[in-house]
Ligand binder design. Sequence first.
Ligand code: ATP
Length: 141
Amino acid sequence: MDQTLPSEIQLSVVTPAREVAHEKVRGVTVPGKSGYLGILPGHAPLLSELQAGELTYERESSTEYLAVSRGFVEVLPERVIVLAEAAERAGDIDTERAQHAKQRAEERLRKITEPGIDRERARSALDRAVTRLAVAARMLK
Ligand code: ATP
């Protein structure tokens, strides 16, 4: 039996609207529901929910950054499939839009005193906006 581990992973990042990434990579880090998951070739199969956060992947000579919203990740030894409600590459993020979304969400959170669904919705919107701003800032570093 061949015991050698694969050296690359086929990464697919898909949203309802489009395929944001489809390439062979050296490693991927995804924002799992209970924390960031580092995935290298040969990883044991797993299925996890995602939270809004930064998805990072390593190419041969560069690192790519994406903002992803809620979704799922399926890991297989040679494949990682991310199904996300929204995903944007760092360079495609409209920072002004994200800044406005952040302000709107913060304003809503300031007004809500009772716990409830609206608080959760505003909190999620804030998480998405903060993630987008953080990922966009990667372009400046
Ligand atoms: P907004 O209130 O600005 O619409 P949102 O968090 O509610 O933000 P989503 O519902 O997560 O937006 O995304 C809707 C669509 O808009 C998705 O296709 C997503 O990729 C895109 N999108 C949202 N915000 C940005 C942004 N700042 N830059 C680029 N694309 C964005």
